[in-house]
Ligand binder design. Sequence first.
Ligand code: CDP
Length: 228
Amino acid sequence: MPYPHMIAIDGPAAAGKSTIGELLAEELDYLYFDTGVMYRAVTWAALQRSIPIEDEAAISILAQELRIDVLQPTVQDGRQYTVCVDGQDVTWDLRRPEVDYGVSPVSAYPAVRAALTAQQRRIGLQGRVVMVGRDIGTVVLPEAQLKVYLDATVEARARRRYLENRQRGQKARYADILRAMRRRDQIDSQRDAAPLRPAEDAVVLDTTDLPIEQVMVQVHELIQQRDP
Ligand code: CDP
């Protein structure tokens, strides 16, 4: 096996996971899979059906029943993939502020995690995959041959998300994004079920002052080291 065939990339919001994950998957001709969209899809569907975010029982059932498809991009509008929920294209809806707000509480529900983790693990075990999220190295694919945990200061991450949103024409205030990101970091890292943390065998890279190209250089070195 010339390369690690399962690569796990974890870390908090806007640490660079999706950019690095997609570049790496493209280079290696692996599947790129962003697990965050599944939690976002459940959150979006709950809002759509007027299920209160606090209703753990109803949201748990929703997570078990919802059909979420992550497909190759169907439109060339800057998306990394197309996400369909019950057949409806919701790719950009998943980035709305109300989904950002609800997604961390929804992701803390153990039954939601159990339902989505099982699907993610099935996809990951097929191999040749770069999977990104919060708990890939710890829970979803603990057997991944390469685990990278990308981190950066919350200010740097909020700034990146601010610029991303502006580029997409979405109005946003830096202070609001920073506050929302702090809240999400806190819920994600303090929940009981699969909290955000690096796996013991993960390599932690701080991307605060590291441009994408430099992160890629470091990831390439890690891949070389694992290439027998
Ligand atoms: O894109 P961004 O980093 O802002 O978020 P995301 O990766 O789409 O994840 C959204 C939320 O889903 C996170 O804040 C977590 O609460 C949750 N999540 C999770 O709990 N476990 C994962 N494997 C992926 C996401």
